[in-house]
Design a protein around this ligand. Structure first.
Ligand code: S3P
Length: 191
């Protein structure tokens, strides 16, 4: 039997800042768990017929957030699925409530310096693309989002200094622990 199979087939939801590894790590976790893998940005891009950067540019952030909320609503109906969310998904309480109902939310947390290094080309990241000082912009976004990430998540995995393989193992172990913990031990569960 797959060593990561669990008695509990609730979804595994990954939240975290841009470039925290949600999609790469999520895909690998899904393979291990034999779960499906879905990415909210990929779904909304498919529906809109254009990349996130163009949605921001042509229709604005408010429109992007409403497409994101619709994508998350639909993904939250899946089961046995790893769901990777966009870095701003936690800005909406409705998104968070839906994600918490559908599964266990794990926050991937990386040090801001590492995030900056990983963001590399900013062209596909509209919130950083036009920032004069990307480092200051990341600090500013994190100041707003850090408490929201922590409030949303059932557990946190610190990825700084870990290899991708180690991060995947850490997430799978965390997910398994959440599945096995008595409901009363799960932080803020149920919300
Ligand atoms: C965003 C993060 C992006 C994407 C959009 C907005 C954000 O996703 O949803 O550009 O608000 O942080 P990633 O976290 O996958 O880069």
């Amino acid at each position: 039997m797959n060593r990561h199979a669990t008695r509990d087939d609730r979804n595994l939801v990954l939240v975290g800042f841009m470039a925290s590894g949600k999609s790469t790590i999520g895909r690998r976790c899904a393979e291990s768990l034999r779960f499906g893998f879905r990415d909210s940005d990929a779904l909304l891009e498919r529906r809109a017929g254009k990349p996130v950067s163009e949605i921001f540019e042509q229709e604005g952030e408010v429109r992007f957030r409403s497409l994101e909320t619709a994508a998350i609503r639909d993904l939250a109906r899946e089961s046995r699925t790893v769901i990777a969310t966009g870095g701003g998904a936690v800005l909406s309480g409705l998104n968070v409530a839906r994600l918490r109902r559908t599964g266990y939310i794990i926050l991937l947390w990386a040090d801001p310096d590492e995030i900056l290094a990983r963001c590399g080309s900013r062209a596909s990241r509209p919130l950083l693309a036009c920032a004069e000082d990307p480092s200051a912009r990341i600090t500013e976004l994190l100041a707003v989002r850090e408490p929201l990430y922590h409030a949303a998540a059932h557990a946190v995995v610190h990825t700084s200094g870990l290899t991708r393989d180690e991060a995947v193992e850490r997430v799978l172990d965390t997910y398994r622990s959440l599945c096995e913990a008595p409901a009363s031990d799960r932080r803020q569960w149920p919300k």
